[in-house]
Write a protein that binds this ligand. Structure first.
Ligand SMILES: Cc1cc2nc3c(=O)[nH]c(=O)nc-3n(C[C@H](O)[C@H](O)[C@H](O)COP(=O)(O)OP(=O)(O)OC[C@H]3O[C@@H](n4cnc5c(N)ncnc54)[C@H](O)[C@@H]3O)c2cc1C
Ligand code: SF4
Length: 589
């Protein structure tokens, strides 16, 4: 029997960054919000007090903050001629396990996408002609929103999260020390950039000597004590080194727990239901609106949560799976190109190089999750592609982190012994002297990339798993090789004695390789209902009281991490709901 809960103004499905930013904005505007999250309540002081936080076995190796594949996985194949099989270990989907989502254990690189990323199709045609944009494989489309429109919402997200950084472009004026290629910003970051550590000094010198433009990566590992506009205070980062895959007991890494929950949970018009998995959105009898969601609690009991407005904020894969399982919108058919749910999945093209120094002490145990130096000279469309066989590029960066001693036992120069006293000697020497250059590349969707419901495999509730059909576009592969070669040049200029380039896009795409966690698409935004699932306010074209928020809305991926853009879009959508939609519940124009 299905039990029915009291009706809410808004039900928010998933309480990560997207859900908590929306819930905060909507409850502050007076709406009654119920959030449902499939995971448990997770909090800083109970789960990651400073004394137990740096437990590499628990958080880094056993990944206790992640949702285990037995609870939530996808099936995968490279092309439609193969049979998809379930991913049975962690891979590219390192999904959050409880409230806060992946925003609790993330690294904290806090980017904005570049103006080009939002208008890839029109800007490529404008600069290089139609043939470059329509190569027969890629499926490029603009987002229906520009960087300039999103800029004030990026600013609001950065203020809530207290991002540390140095602006490179304020109102069109290039600022010394920042990224000269970034889009214009109204003002600088709320907290100053983090310290420049030794690996960054080497990178900055080498790239400057090469005529390139290094700058410090903007970080959600904040550099000084800060109180955000919601009145929540955070402490300064101590460069403890155990950050990516960990919580921050120091309250220095921005997360929903650190920045939003302290005010949200005190609001009487907010309620959170944990350990409860939403399986579908319920449609009205005329099919034009939705009436709420169905969820299953930890005892296996099925519930209906009625609501005037439904916000899916359950991360990229889960948003798409819920839509497909609910029959909202038409499933994308790669043969005909019709349908929009499941369209334009893409990942990122990661390449770079490992490097080991003989006489430099990098000391990786001093660092933060997001800290490093980057150049954007080969990112986006910041360089001339006329004679190149690809579009886009990568942020080329070095990282001041990753001192994890268990994980790094395998990071030795080629030819090093892998056991015995020779291994111990090599590891004792190179643990301190290892660095990496990581190219976080943009990625363009292909016509054949698809997300649909698997015909064979189901989860513990009997809901079909999501099936991913995907391989890199040739343009992406060519770009990853080009940027790997640039990383190798930089590593040599830094003085590394051993340099080994890597390129995850030089072979068939695999979900098993943890290259980055930045999967996107499947319910993409745009201004044409024939090619997008949601409009520029992330409102479903098929049900005007349904909003689908998160990286599922990105039509292509950039050479940056996604969360700044996820946050900006979430705030913009929430404001459109309470400022406009609730007064006139209809399609937002
Ligand atoms: C290891 C790691 C490092 C990362 N580092 C960075 C970085 O440095 N910079 C950056 O920008 N990004 C980074 N990311 C990505 C970043 O974490 C995500 O972009 C961000 O968390 C997305 O927020 P979200 O709210 O959309 O989704 P999530 O954080 O995934 O939150 C979704 C929530 O929905 C819940 N949920 C899912 N399905 C259901 C359902 N059916 N019913 C009920 N609840 C459900 C989940 O439990 C979760 O709480 C990293 C990710 C990982 C895994
Ligand atoms: S490095 Fe800084 S932000 Fe990261 S866990 Fe340590 S104190 Fe927190």
């Amino acid at each position: 029997m299905v039990s029915k809960r009291p009706k809410a103004d808004v039900v928010v499905v998933g309480l990560g960054w997207s859900g908590s930013l929306m819930a905060e904005e909507l409850t502050r505007a007076g709406l009654n919000v119920v959030a449902i999250d499939r995971g448990p309540w997770i909090d800083t002081s109970t789960h990651t007090p400073p004394a137990v936080d740096p437990d590499e076995l628990r958080w880094g190796q056993r990944k206790e903050f992640l949702s285990p594949p037995r609870d939530n996985t996808v099936t995968f194949r490279n092309h439609a001629g193969q049979t998809a099989a379930p991913l049975r270990d962690y891979g590219i989907f390192e999904l959050g396990r409880g409230v806060g989502g992946a925003g609790f254990h993330w690294a904290g690189m806090a980017w904005r996408f570049s103006p080009w990323d939002f208008e890839v199709r029109s800007r490529t045609i404008e600069r290089y002609g139609r043939r470059k944009a329509e190569d027969g494989e890629m499926q490029l489309q603009d987002w229906g929103v520009t960087y300039d429109t999103l800029e004030p919402f990026y600013d609001q997200w950065e203020r809530i999260a207290g991002i540390s950084g140095k602006a490179g472009n304020i109102k069109g004026q290039i600022q010394p020390g920042g990224n000269p290629f970034e889009g214009p910003r109204a003002r600088d970051y709320p907290t100053p950039k983090l310290k420049t550590l030794r690996i960054m000094e080497l990178f900055n010198k080498a790239t400057t000597d090469m005529g390139l433009h290094p700058f410090t990566i903007p970080c959600a590992n904040i550099s000084e004590p800060y109180t955000n506009p919601l009145g929540v205070s955070m402490g300064a980062c101590t460069y403890c080194g155990f950050c990516l895959a960990y919580g921050c007991g120091n309250f220095s890494k921005s997360s929903p727990q650190a920045c939003i929950f302290p005010v949200l949970v005190r609001r009487p018009n907010f309620k959170v239901i944990t350990r409860s998995c939403v399986t579908k959105v319920n449609k009205s009898s005329d099919g034009k609106t939705v009436t709420g969601v169905t969820f299953i609690d930890e005892n296996g009991h099925e519930w209906e949560q009625p609501a005037d407005i439904v916000c899916l904020t359950a991360f990229q894969v889960d948003n798409v799976r819920i839509l497909l399982n609910s029959g909202v919108g038409k499933t994308y058919d790669p043969k005909s190109g019709e349908g929009t749910i499941g369209r334009n999945f893409s990942f990122q093209t990661v390449s770079g190089t490992d490097m080991w120094f003989e006489d430099e002490h990098i000391n990786p145990f001093i660092g933060t999750g997001g800290l490093g130096s980057q150049i954007d000279d080969y990112n986006g469309d910041n360089f001339d592609h006329s004679k190149l066989d690809f579009i886009g590029g990568a942020g080329i960066l070095t990282l001041a982190r990753d001192g994890a001693p268990i994980a790094k036992a395998a990071a030795l120069p080629e030819g090093s012994p892998r056991w015995g006293s020779g291994f111990k000697k090599a590891y004792a020497k190179y643990y301190r002297n290892y660095g990496t250059i990581f190219n976080q590349g943009c990625s363009m969707p292909t016509r054949s990339a698809t997300l649909d419901l698997d015909p064979t495999y189901r989860d513990k509730f009997g809901v079909p798993l999501l099936r991913l059909t995907y391989d890199y576009a040739q343009s992406d592969r060519n770009m990853a090789k080009f940027t790997m070669d640039r990383a190798v040049e930089i590593a040599r200029a830094m003085g590394a004695a051993h340099v080994t380039g890597f390129n995850f896009a030089d072979k068939a795409f695999s979900t098993a390789v943890i290259a980055s966690d930045h999967v996107i698409g499947g319910a993409v935004m745009g201004d044409d209902p024939a090619t997008s699932a949601v409009n520029p306010w992330l409102q479903s074209w098929d049900a005007h009281n349904l909003f689908v928020v998160g990286a599922s809305a990105f039509p292509n991926n950039a050479g940056y991490n996604p969360t700044g853009t996820v946050g900006a879009l979430a705030i913009r959508t929430a404001q459109a709901i309470h400022q406009t939609y609730v007064r006139n519940p209809a399609r937002l124009a």
